[in-house]
Write a protein that binds this ligand. Structure first.
Ligand code: SAM
Length: 294
């Protein structure tokens, strides 16, 4: 269907949780010189203009990243990862942009690393190709591949990578209810053949989808434990509204709504083969930022 456009949501609370986790994971891979491969199955356009009408209409960045940037003096001291993330975002924010996951990966990765991106929407993939060459934000990693292809299929076809070390971000829009089962099936298949790959899955917190979400998380975790009972699994959540006190609506209703009440009550990141200390550090950061984003 592909009616989802990330420009409505870039820089919101969900992006903050997702991109802080991505930042942590890639920074931990950077601790060794050996190259790694980063796969982004649902890439979006990579760079978002916060003055775009879609961003202005929902005000999600205003309630998200703008609040972190305006409180940076008070919160940056609480954790070095948080201050490093805010400094990175600030380089874009002061030009009224927000970087998406492909851009964040491009900036953090090194010359020796590989980035493999997939985006199905024809216009978004053109924007992504252009943004990955953006002269204003020239970044170190030159090994970037962009595929106009189904991200689930791309990941199953291209893993395990030659580098052996690496990470995946799976960030669907969950427009289709089949996304929940596609995520579980894809992660199960990839984890079986690439047992040390770090797999990050973003998921929405929606009361009316609780059953699908729990089923997906349980299926992934039990399959990973059956491959290796000692797999490090980390489930992080950032909640910005009380579960039953907000109005849930379809994406279409939301994009047409005049008031734009919160659509999700928060979101989560499930990480397989989580790097050392991810849980402790991210939980500390979430406790600092959660109240700011409510
Ligand atoms: N990961 C991006 C970020 O953090 O900046 C945001 C991605 S956005 C939530 C989801 C994107 O997935 C949309 O641009 C949509 O067009 C794309 N998409 C939807 N289904 C897809 C599929 N099966 N394969 C690849 N891309 C898909």
């Amino acid at each position: 269907m592909l009616s989802y456009q990330h420009a409505f949501h870039a820089g919101n609370h969900a992006d903050i949780l997702k991109h802080l986790t991505l930042f942590f994971v890639l920074s931990s891979l950077n601790k060794k010189d050996k190259p790694y491969t980063y796969f982004d199955t649902h890439s979006g356009s990579g760079l978002y203009d916060l003055l775009d009408n879609r961003s202005q209409k929902t005000g999600e960045a205003e309630k998200g990243i703008s609040r972190l940037i305006s409180s940076k003096m008070e919160i940056s001291g609480s954790h070095s990862l948080l201050s490093d993330y805010i400094s990175l975002i600030d380089r874009y924010y002061f030009k009224n942009f927000y970087p998406g996951s492909p851009e964040i990966a491009r900036v953090i990765s090194r010359q020796q690393d590989f980035i493999v991106l997939s985006e199905l929407h024809p216009q978004e993939v053109e924007n992504l190709k252009k943004n990955m060459l953006h002269p204003e934000f020239e970044a170190p990693c030159k090994n970037v591949q962009v595929h106009n292809r189904n991200g689930f299929e791309m990941l199953k076809a291209l893993t395990p990578p030659k580098t052996k070390r690496g990470a995946v971000l799976i960030d669907p829009s969950y427009e289709e209810v089949s996304d929940y089962t596609d995520c579980a099936k894809t992660i199960t298949a990839v984890n079986k053949k690439w047992t040390n790959g770090i797999i990050m899955l973003w998921y929405p917190l929606l009361s009316h989808r609780e059953q699908e979400i729990n089923q997906m998380l349980n299926d992934i975790q039990s399959s990973a434990r059956s491959v290796n009972p000692n797999t490090e699994i980390c489930d992080l959540r950032l909640e910005v509204a009380a579960k039953d006190s907000h109005q849930e609506m379809s994406l279409k209703e939301y994009q047409q709504s005049e008031k734009n009440p919160p659509r999700l009550y928060g979101s989560g990141m499930l990480v397989l083969n989580a790097p050392w200390h991810l849980k402790e550090d991210m939980e500390k950061i979430i406790s600092v930022i959660e109240n700011l984003l409510k």
